[in-house]
Design a protein around this ligand. Structure first.
Ligand code: LAN
Length: 661
C-alpha cells in the first residue's frame, strides 16, 4: 500500500506590510503573490465539516497509512470545530447534528482516541443525549453499515437494480443530478454486496458506545426511516416511504442482483477511469475508494490508484487538516482572478501574471468527450471548463461561461491566445446545455421531473435529485456567450442570439418581486442578485431597465450604516434575507459590482468602496469572514479566495469609471 498521503499545505502568504498607499495596488500585489507556479489560484475549500470525519474514519478503517502529522491534523481540526453544546454540525457554522457527531466519534476512535479523551467524552455525551446513532440519516446509516457499525437491515433499500431500468423510466438514475447519482451509484453497490468490515474488538466497543441498547437487540428494520430531529432539514417524503416498502419487499426476491452489480461496478469503473480516480466530488471519491477496497483489496492496483489521489482533497491550515469540497478550486478561482485583474487600471502592468493564468486556463480546458458518454449518462464534455482541472474532467456550465470570459479577456494580452476553434467548442457546449426553459443547470440538462425530489431521502440536503435551472449558471453562460459575440459578431450568430434571448427571459422570470434572485451556490440573495444583474446586462438590458432598477433598490435596502453589506448563511435555509451581524467584504463586493454595472453611482457606492478600503489588512489581504458559499440549501462551504479578488474587482471597476477615486 502507498505511504501516508502528503498533505497540501498552502498557506496564504502572510506578506510583510506593503509600501503601496493605494489599497487597490496592495490587493493586487497580494493576489499576484498567491498565484501558484502553474498559473492558477486555488484556495481552502473547507467548511462542509462532515467530509472530514467521514474521510478520516474510512481511511483509518481501511488501513490507509496515516502518519502522525496527518493523524494529529485531523484530530486538531475536529477539536477546533466542536460546538459549545459538545456536538458537531453539518458545516462549520451550523448547529450540531447526529450525522456529524457520530462520524466524529467514530473517526476519533479509529484514529486511536480513547474513551477518556475529552473530545470522545464530548461526542459520546452528545450522541447519548440525542437518542444514540440509530437516528442517523441515510448516508450515515449506509456508511456505518460498511464499517460494521449499523445493521444492513436498518438501511433503507438502495437496490442496484435501479441501474437496470429502461432508460425511459421516470425514476431512472440517469435522470438524477450527477452528484446525487454517483453517490447513489457507489452506495447501491456497497449495499447490494452488503460489504462490511470484519468485526474487531474496537468495532464492538464503538457499537456499545453509540447505541443505547446492545447492537444485537436493536430492531433494525424499524430504524430505516428514523431520522433524529436534529438532522431532519428536509422532510422525509411520503413517496420515499412507499419506495422503501416496495424495494424492501423486492430485496427478498432473488432476481437480477448479479447483473445489477455488474452494471454498477462498470459505471463505477467508468467514473474512476475518466477522472483519473479523482472522481466528481469528495463523497463519491471516498465511496468508490471503499468499493475498490472491498472488491479487490488494499493491495490492488485499483485501490492504489485511488490512494494516489487522496491528498488532492486534503488541506492544512492552522486549525489542522480537513477535507475540501472538491479536488481544487483552481479553474473557478483563476477565471475570477483574471477578470478582476483585467478590470483594474493596472492590468497593463500585470502581463506576466496574466500570461501564466492564461497558460493554466488553456491547459485545463477539456478537449474531448468521455468515452461512451451516452452509455454512462454523461453529457458531452468537449470545450468545457471544470471547476478544478482537466484531469477531474467534469465540465460545468458556469465554469465554462467564466472560463470563456476569462480566455476572451486575455486574447489580446498574451502571445499565443487560445485558438478560435476551442472557443467555439466552449460556445457549442454552452448552447448544448441550455434547457428548454431558457435557463442553465450545472453539469447537465435538466433530465428529471421535480417529482424525483420526493424520493430525496437524504434528510440533510435539499434539491439534490434534479439538476435544476440556476440564475447563477444562466448568468455565467449568458456572459460567456455575450463576450464571444462581442469578439466574433458573425460566428455562430443565430444560435447565440436565440440562446441569449431565451436566457434573458429565464432570468427575468426567476427574479423575485423584491428585485432579488435567490443564489444557490453563494450566500445568498446578494450573490444571486449580482449574477442576475450581470446576466441581464449581458443579455442586452439597458442599465435603467425596470428589472435592474428593482435589483438596485433591493441591494440599497440592505446596505449597512458602515457602507458594507453582510448576509448570513441562514438566508439560504430560511429562503429570506437574513442580515449578518457585521458587514462582509465579499458581499459588499458583489453588491458594488452589481450596482456599478447597473450604472448606479451615488454616495452609497462610495461608502461601500470605503468599507472595502478600511477593512483591508496592511499585507493587502482582507480578514477571513463568516462563511459565504453553499450547496443544496443546507450545507455551507468556504471560498477562501473570494475575499481577495472580489474586492479588487469592485475597486478596479470603480477606478476605471472614475480615475480620481
Ligand atoms: C460545487 C462546487 C462548484 C459549484 C459552482 C460551479 C460554484 C456552482 O456555480 C455550481 C455548482 C457547483 C459545481 C457545486 C455543486 C455542489 C458541490 C459539487 C460543490 C458545492 C462542491 C461540493 C458539492 C458536492 C455536492 C458535495 C457532496 C455532497 C453531496 C450532496 C453529493
Amino acid at each position: 500500500m502507498t505511504a501516508s498521503p502528503t498533505i497540501c499545505r498552502k498557506d496564504r502568504l502572510r506578506g510583510s506590510p506593503r509600501t503601496h498607499t493605494d489599497e487597490l495596488q496592495r490587493g493586487i500585489s497580494f493576489l499576484a503573490d498567491c498565484q501558484g507556479a502553474d498559473g492558477s489560484w486555488k484556495g481552502d475549500y473547507g467548511g462542509s465539516y462532515f467530509l472530514t470525519p467521514m474521510w478520516a474514519a474510512a481511511l483509518a478503517s481501511m488501513g490507509v497509512p496515516i502518519d502522525d502529522d496527518l493523524r494529529s491534523g485531523f484530530l486538531k481540526y475536529m477539536a477546533s470545530r466542536r460546538n459549545p453544546d459538545g456536538g458537531w454540525g453539518l458545516h462549520t457554522e451550523s448547529p450540531s447534528t447526529l450525522f456529524s457527531t457520530v462520524l466524529t466519534h467514530v473517526a476519533l476512535r479509529v484514529l486511536g482516541a480513547r474513551l477518556d479523551d475529552p473530545l470522545v467524552e464530548s461526542s459520546l455525551g452528545w450522541i447519548r443525549a440525542h437518542g444514540g446513532a440509530v437516528g442517523i440519516p441515510l448516508w450515515g446509516k449506509l456508511f456505518l453499515a460498511t464499517l460494521n457499525l449499523y445493521h444492513y437491515d436498518g438501511v433503507p433499500p438502495l437496490c442496484p437494480e435501479l441501474w437496470l431500468l429502461p432508460r425511459a423510466a421516470p425514476l431512472h438514475p440517469g435522470r438524477i443530478w450527477c452528484h446525487a447519482r454517483v453517490v447513489l451509484l457507489a452506495m447501491s453497490h456497497l449495499y447490494g454486496r452488503r460489504f462490511r468490515l470484519p468485526s474487531t474488538p474496537l468495532i464492538r466497543a464503538i457499537r456499545s458506545e453509540i447505541y443505547s441498547s446492545p447492537f444485537e437487540e436493536i430492531d433494525w428494520r424499524r430504524q430505516r426511516e428514523r431520522v433524529s430531529p436534529t438532522d431532519a432539514y428536509v422532510d422525509q417524503p411520503g413517496l420515499s416511504r412507499v419506495a422503501n416498502l416496495v424495494l424492501g419487499a423486492y430485496e427478498r426476491i432473488p432476481g437480477f442482483r448479479r447483473r445489477a452489480l455488474t452494471e454498477t461496478l462498470d459505471h463505477i469503473h467508468h467514473e474512476d477511469d475518466t477522472t483519473d480516480h479523482i472522481d466528481i466530488g469528495p463523497v463519491n471519491k471516498l465511496m468508490n475508494m471503499m468499493v475498490a477496497w472491498f472488491e479487490e483489496g488494499p493491495e490492488s492496483v485499483w485501490f492504489a490508484s485511488h490512494a494516489g489521489h487522496i491528498a488532492d482533497y486534503l488541506w492544512e491550515t492552522d486549525d489542522g487538516v480537513h477535507v475540501n469540497g472538491y479536488n481544487s478550486t483552481a479553474m473557478w478561482d483563476t477565471a475570477f482572478a483574471v477578470q478582476a485583474l483585467v478590470a483594474t487600471p493596472q492590468a497593463a502592468d500585470l502581463l506576466p501574471v496574466l500570461a501564466r493564468a492564461h497558460g493554466f486556463i488553456e491547459a485545463n480546458q477539456v478537449l474531448d468527450d468521455v468515452p461512451d458518454h451516452e452509455r454512462y449518462y454523461r453529457h458531452r464534455s468537449r470545450g468545457g471548463w471544470p471547476f478544478s482541472n482537466r484531469p477531474h474532467g467534469w465540465p460545468i456550465s458556469d465554469c465554462t461561461g467564466e472560463g470563456l470570459k476569462a480566455a476572451l479577456a486575455l486574447q489580446d494580452r498574451v502571445e499565443e491566445p487560445i485558438a478560435y476553434e476551442r472557443l467555439r467548442d466552449a460556445v457549442e457546449l454552452i448552447l448544448s446545455l441550455q434547457n428548454p426553459t431558457g435557463g442553465w443547470a450545472t453539469y447537465e440538462l435538466t433530465r428529471g421531473s421535480r417529482i424525483l425530489e420526493k424520493l430525496n431521502s437524504s434528510a440533510l440536503f435539499s434539491g439534490i435529485m434534479v439538476d435544476y435551472d440556476y440564475p447563477e449558471c444562466t448568468s455565467s453562460c449568458l456572459q460567456g456567450l455575450a463576450a464571444f459575440r462581442r469578439r466574433y459578431p458573425t460566428r455562430l450568430a443565430p444560435g447565440v442570439e436565440l440562446a441569449v434571448s431565451r436566457g434573458r427571459e429565464y432570468l427575468l422570470s426567476s427574479q423575485n418581486p423584491d428585485g432579488s434572485w435567490y443564489g444557490s451556490w453563494g450566500v445568498c440573495f446578494t450573490y444571486g442578485t449580482w449574477f442576475g444583474t450581470w446576466g441581464l446586462l449581458a443579455a442586452g438590458l439597458e442599465p435603467g431597465a425596470p428589472a435592474l432598477r428593482r435589483a438596485v433598490r433591493f441591494l440599497l435596502s440592505h446596505q449597512n450604516p458602515d457602507g458594507g453589506w453582510g448576509e448570513h448563511w441562514t438566508s439560504c435555509t430560511e429562503l429570506r434575507y437574513v442580515p449578518s451581524s457585521e458587514s462582509q467584504v465579499v458581499m459588499t463586493s458583489w453588491a458594488l459590482l452589481a450596482l456599478m454595472a447597473c450604472g448606479f453611482s451615488s454616495p452609497d457606492v462610495e461608502r461601500g468602496l470605503g468599507f472595502l478600503r478600511r477593512t483591508q489588512l496592511p499585507s493587502g489581504d482582507w480578514p477571513r469572514e463568516p462563511i459565504e458559499g453553499v450547496f443544496n440549501r443546507t450545507c455551507m462551504i468556504h471560498y477562501d479566495n473570494y475575499r481577495n479578488y472580489f474586492p479588487i474587482w469592485a475597486l478596479g471597476l470603480a477606478s476605471e469609471r472614475n480615475p480620481s477615486t
